[in-house]
Design a binder for this molecule. Structure first.
Ligand code: TYD
Length: 209
């Protein structure tokens, strides 16, 4: 089963991905916890190209190609082999991030993102948690955490508001696999809800194999 976490910067999805992986392991599942951009050695190198340096370093189109190249490597080398071996993959961000960030941030490029996804990735998660949260709070959290990877966080609160709306629209578009979690609650509470939903979905996914 392939599970992803999505949401705006600072929404707490990395923490939630970690907590869910832990809970699923405790329940006896063989879990691979991974992230994007990155998740494989090649994709981690592409991550450096994407998240460091001048924010205008890449055109919107080049950026989509780089995220997709990183995703293809990650899928080929980490995600697909793990799923084929019957493991559960928990991934911090996947294609929905490209749909929202690259699809919305610099004009309407969603069509291009989708075409490239169909051509090069062609895989959707079985279950996606979208952590919904007020961008002001999320941005403050992301800034507090610091680090050099401020590229997208620097876009500011207004863009993050559009991203939030974008993620909620995706949740409606892919309502079969997406579950929206209220990220303003205590992390433990969010984690409990995510774990209950994932554990309920897992037997069906395993029976279907
Ligand atoms: P991430 O490491 O998840 O940062 P955070 O933990 O702060 O949420 O992602 C880094 C940045 O990359 C984040 O601002 C979102 C952006 N991003 C895209 O723009 N497109 C993508 O396809 C992905 C996977 C991430």
């Amino acid at each position: 089963m392939f599970i992803t976490f999505e949401g705006i910067d600072g929404c707490g999805k990395s923490t939630q991905a970690r907590m869910l992986a832990q809970t699923l392991r405790e329940a006896g599942h063989d879990v691979v916890l991974t992230r994007e951009p990155g998740g494989s050695p090649g994709a981690e190198e592409i991550r450096e190209l994407l998240l460091r340096g001048d924010p205008d370093r890449w055109s919107a189109e080049t950026e989509i190609l780089l995220f997709t190249a990183a995703r293809r490597d990650h899928l080929e080398r980490v995600i697909a082999p793990a799923l084929a071996a019957g493991r559960v993959v928990v991934c911090d961000r996947f294609a929905d991030s490209t749909r929202v960030y690259q699809g919305l941030s610099r004009g309407d490029l969603r069509g291009l993102v989708d075409q490239l996804h169909a051509l090069m990735i062609g895989r959707e998660p079985d279950l996606t948690f979208i952590i919904d949260m007020d961008p002001e709070t999320a941005l403050a959290r992301a800034r507090e955490r610091g680090g050099g990877e401020a590229r997208f966080e620097d876009f500011g609160a207004d863009l993050q508001r559009r991203m939030r709306a974008g993620f909620l629209a995706l949740a409606r578009e892919f309502s079969g696999r997406c579950r929206v979690l209220d990220g303003s609650r205590a992390p433990q509470e969010v984690a409990r809800e995510a774990a209950a939903l994932a554990l309920a979905a897992l037997p069906a996914a395993e029976a279907g194999r």
